[in-house]
Design a protein around this ligand. Structure first.
Ligand SMILES: [Cu+2]
Length: 211
């Protein structure tokens, strides 16, 4: 009579696992009161130049939100971004990887530039005022929250933030999100397929010079 007992238990475990997975997805799904993401932003690069989502005509933008003190998610994401560029080969010039800080207090333009260059020379870091970063995150339905442990010094904090990467199209408009832990090869294949469609539409298009 063990099987009838074990089977419901296994089913319950599977259900629990399913629910756990579902809740992760649900955290990234837009809530009812959210409008669809526009992907718009107005921020600043390491040289102090204003940068918007409309500044990369013809290129796909692969965007992650995070901060340089991040212990795991951001390093993993940027390693993945570099792997995507590598897999795209010659076509990588048609993709601009972007890292938007959610910690402008500690991530100065110089800190950001050093950090992104460590992962790949083509990744650009963007920062801005708290309100401009807030606005950008809202336009991607990305969330972040500064967390300071009780009694910790004011500069010792971490920032919980949405993980994953967002893709903007050649016209700077929002296409989709790739969830955290989507394999780099899968993202590269999706982008490669989109690049093929774009190329068919405009065979004369060539990538702009590097910034
Ligand atoms: Cu992070």
């Amino acid at each position: 009579m063990k099987i009838p007992v074990v089977a419901p238990l296994v089913a319950a475990l599977l259900l629990a696992a399913g629910i756990a997975t579902g809740s992760v997805d649900a955290a990234d799904a837009p809530a009812d009161d959210e409008s669809p993401p526009s992907g718009r932003y107005l921020l600043m690069d390491a040289n102090g130049r204003a940068v918007t989502n409309a500044d990369f005509p013809g290129q796909f933008q692969l965007i992650a939100f995070g901060y340089t003190y991040c212990p795991d998610i951001c390093p993993t994401t940027l390693v993945e971004a570099a792997a995507i560029l590598k897999q795209l080969g010659d076509r990588a010039e048609r993709v601009q990887p972007i890292f938007i800080t959610v910690d402008p207090q500690r991530d100065t333009p110089q800190v950001l530039a050093t950090y992104t260059a460590y992962f790949h020379p083509r990744i650009i870091g963007l920062t801005g005022s708290a309100s401009l970063i807030d606005r950008a995150a809202q336009n991607f339905n990305a969330r972040y929250r500064k967390v300071t442990e009780p009694g910790a010094p004011a500069d010792r904090y971490h920032v919980d933030h949405s993980a994953g990467m967002y893709l903007l199209g050649p016209d700077g408009s929002y296409i989709r999100k790739f969830g955290y832990s989507t394999p780099a090869a899968e993202i590269a294949e999706r982008i490669d397929a989109l690049l093929s469609e774009t190329h068919k539409a405009d065979p004369t298009w060539s990538a702009p010079p590097p910034r």
